[in-house]
Design a protein around this ligand. Structure first.
Ligand code: HEM
Length: 288
């Protein structure tokens, strides 16, 4: 691309670009750029020149109407490919379509309906644990709750009682994504992340082997029958990871916004009380 054809913005310092501001506080970084350059701007982060596109129209353009103009492996791969080789979000074209078709039935109608009891049960258990503590870190807890739900729904009973331990490895993996220093040294964030990935893969591999002999009706047992283990383990790892930060952040923002808007919280509690019983709801008016 000629420089004239790229949107406004700044590449910042050589190599580092604008990485420091972005890592330090992504939210205010994005807001400041939005105000200065508009919803499409160029920047340089983690040693790469990138274009950021924000808002619903951009989402529709990239993920739906003009999807074929973008390359997932080349994009994500440059940032996180070393930690997630072979996962669905790194693949393009025919391979992506084939793997997506294998996973898709577990994210549709009947299968999703079957997750409700698991999701509700996991929420009740976690809320009970939270209420026994004086203080919780919302994002960490929401990510763990998400992992609980996703792992129990997709992997089945093999995940029971395992998620707190797995969550620690996922958190290490997550920290490895953000470091610009991609060196495989055991005392550095990236090296620790690679080791965490190996432990997670070994656990998934073991669960998959056990699933081959089981009758369970979940994503893991279906993939264990007839699919190459080496090919499927990265997909399951990717699924467990992809859901966590996204749903975890959504839940954290929801808690924050509800706390900022007590009248909405009060109405929500009334609605929950009317519809499904008020178990777990505290006094109306503030988050407790
Ligand atoms: C609020 C929650 C979530 C949000 C906002 C979200 C957002 C997204 C977006 C925007 C994409 C498209 C990006 C891309 O194609 O690379 C995506 C893809 C994906 N998401 Fe989510 N996600 C959420 C929850 C989940 C959960 C719970 C799971 C797994 C249990 C999950 C698994 C995936 C996977 C595997 C892909 C790649 C799909 C593909 O390449 O075909 N996501 N997600």
């Amino acid at each position: 691309m000629k420089d004239k054809s790229v949107p406004p913005g700044s590449y910042g310092l050589p190599f580092i670009g604008e990485t420091i501001g972005w890592v330090r506080n992504p939210e205010s970084w994005v807001k400041a750029h939005l105000q200065r350059y508009g919803s499409i701007f160029k920047t340089r982060v983690m040693g790469r020149r990138v274009v950021v596109m924000l808002g619903p129209r951009a989402n529709r353009f990239i993920l739906w109407s003009h999807r074929e103009h973008f390359q997932w492996g080349g994009g994500y791969g440059a940032f996180v490919g070393g930690l997630f080789p072979g996962s669905l979000s790194m693949e393009d074209g025919e391979l992506h379509r084939r793997h997506r078709d294998l996973l898709a039935p577990w994210f549709r109608g009947k299968a999703v309906e079957g997750y409700y009891p698991i999701v509700n049960e996991r929420i009740q258990v976690r809320i009970r644990q939270w209420s026994e503590k004086n203080e919780i870190t919302a994002f960490d807890e929401c990510r763990r709750l998400t992992l609980d739900m996703v792992a129990r729904a997709l992997i089945g009973p093999a995940a029971e009682g395992q998620t707190d331990r797995l969550a620690i490895d996922f958190e290490t993996l997550s920290r490895g994504l953000l470091t610009p220093f991609k060196w495989d040294l055991p005392w550095m964030a990236y090296g620790r992340a690679l080791r965490a990935r190996q432990r997670l893969e070994a656990w998934i591999s073991g669960a998959m082997q056990r699933a081959r002999e089981s009758e369970g009706d979940n994503l893991l047992t279906s993939l264990a029958q007839g699919q190459e283990e080496a090919e499927m383990v990265p997909h399951i790892l990717g699924l467990l990871f992809d859901g966590q930060d996204t749903t975890g952040s959504l839940m954290t923002w929801l808690l924050l916004e509800l706390d900022r808007h007590p009248q909405v919280l009060r109405r929500l509690r009334e609605e929950v009380g009317d519809g499904v019983g008020a178990e777990g709801a505290g006094p109306a008016g503030h988050l407790s």
